[in-house]
Design a protein around this ligand. Structure first.
Ligand code: PLP
Length: 424
């Protein structure tokens, strides 16, 4: 029988897939509702104006192929947004509309990575980065994170090799909620400039920042001549406007030339982004009030999580943005995987083990990943030890559910702790 490509066999699965399956099985077996902390999908509806505008667009006949780079009116509105809000020196020609920033990431990797190149990725990361680097035939190499999951600048500098082509920056971060301060972003940008790397800046959570400030690395090069710019900035409507199901994102390319190549990349990858959805997106951009309401809710939930998890020693930092926290379950003596399974079983609370956000594919001298595909459909890659005893909690449930689920989690951890202490 013909075999699937080696490339696709080597790609790991998303870590939340197993938790989805277990939670669904539990509910189907009639064991009661599960509190779902494992999925990062906002529990808010999209703004009403977006639904209206999307309907209207369909009735107005906006049901045909749109341009591969996006509807011109939306690109104009996005260029205005990134100039005003992100301080990026962009014009409409730098903008490409995409079906979500997931596809945008792959498109940018296809543009900048040669087969066998290294791409630097934070050592605890959104799993698609590794899946996509491998799809683009590149090698993910991990840069270290220090206290509060902040990039370790000197460690990052040491991770650059002659094969490194790009560095990926994700602030605010999924899965840690860390927001990278401007000085660190500048230091990472300086490494990219010194070593002539592309920068891929995933700013999916740009609007969900609490006490810190969101800074776009592309703003550092706004006064440079275009040919010296290197930052691709990636955004999405998914998180800011609770529009995950619409699939709408966009890329700001650093130069007109890279934007032109992106146009070519979009043709085979997606053709174009759904037309009526883009008109819906335009309505979202017209009103920032829903962003402020959701941000306030996420801040309240973050504060609640910190107040419940910190006293029993389940949290060792404060997330400044996004809607996640990485809890530290080391005091229970369990790995994150063991903790997640037992917590679901005993307390009907689903969290995502952090191991899936920290898999480390190994490569042979031929540059091909080493793992053998198992019956699960993916290789068993080693896990970065820093993530082994962590679990991710997403604040995408009501405040009441969050309080109830975290109270159960704290209770569960307290039950397990004496056993951990006895083991020594
Ligand atoms: N980047 C990060 C860090 C994410 O967490 C996500 C989604 O969870 C995305 C990008 C992609 O979002 P979308 O494809 O919905 O735009």
């Amino acid at each position: 029988m013909p075999q699937p490509s080696q490339r696709i066999q080597q790609i790991p699965f998303s870590p939340i897939r197993a938790m989805f399956r277990l939670a669904d099985e539990m509910e189907r077996a009639g064991r009661g509702p599960v509190i779902r902390f494992h999925v990062g999908d906002p529990d808010f509806p999209p703004p009403e104006a977006v639904i209206e505008a999307t309907h209207r667009a369909m009735r107005d006949g906006r049901t045909h192929y749109p341009p591969s780079v996006g509807v011109h009116e939306l690109r104009l509105a996005l260029a205005k947004k990134v100039v005003e809000r992100n301080a990026i020196a962009a014009t409409v020609e730098h903008l490409t509309v995409t079906p979500g920033s997931t596809e945008a990431l792959l498109a940018v990797m296809e543009v900048v990575l040669h087969p066998g190149d290294d791409i630097l990725i934070p050592e605890i990361y959104w799993p698609n980065y590794v899946q996509q680097s491998l799809l683009a035939s590149a090698r993910p190499v991990f840069y270290p994170l220090g206290a509060g999951y902040q990039p370790d600048v000197e460690g990052t500098r040491r991770a650059v090799t002659p094969r490194t082509r790009a560095i990926l920056i994700n602030s605010p971060s999924n899965p840690t909620g860390a927001v990278i301060p401007e000085a660190t972003l500048r230091a990472l940008y300086d490494i990219a400039r010194e070593r002539d790397l592309w920068v891929i800046s995933d700013e999916a959570y740009e609007d969900i920042v609490f006490d810190a400030k969101h800074v776009s690395p592309a703003s550092f090069e706004r006064d440079l001549p275009e040919k010296l710019r290197r930052v691709f900035s990636l955004y999405t409507f998914s998180k800011s406007y609770a529009m995950t199901g619409f699939r709408l994102g966009y890329i700001v390319a650093p130069t007109s030339e890279t934007a032109l190549i992106l146009r070519k990349t979009q043709e085979p990858l997606v053709g174009s982004t759904a037309s009526m959805i883009q008109w819906g997106g335009m309505a979202a951009l017209a009103d920032d009030a829903p962003i402020a309401t959701m941000r306030a809710a996420y801040r309240r939930r973050r504060d609640l999580a910190v107040s419940l998890l910190r006293p029993p020693g389940l949290l060792d930092y404060t997330p400044e943005g996004a809607f996640y926290v990485l809890a530290d379950v080391s005091s229970t003596g369990m790995t994150g995987d063991e903790f997640a399974r037992a917590l679901l079983e005993e307390e009907r609370v689903a969290v995502a083990p952090a191991s899936g956000f920290a898999l480390v594919p190994e490569f042979g001298p031929d540059g091909i990943p080493r793992g053998e595909m198992t019956s699960s459909g993916a290789p068993e890659y080693p896990v970065n030890p820093k993530a082994r005893d962590r679990v991710r909690i997403a604040f995408c449930v009501s405040d009441e559910e969050l309080r109830e689920g975290l109270t159960r989690m704290v209770r569960f951890a307290a039950r397990r702790r004496p056993a951990a202490a006895a083991k020594g």
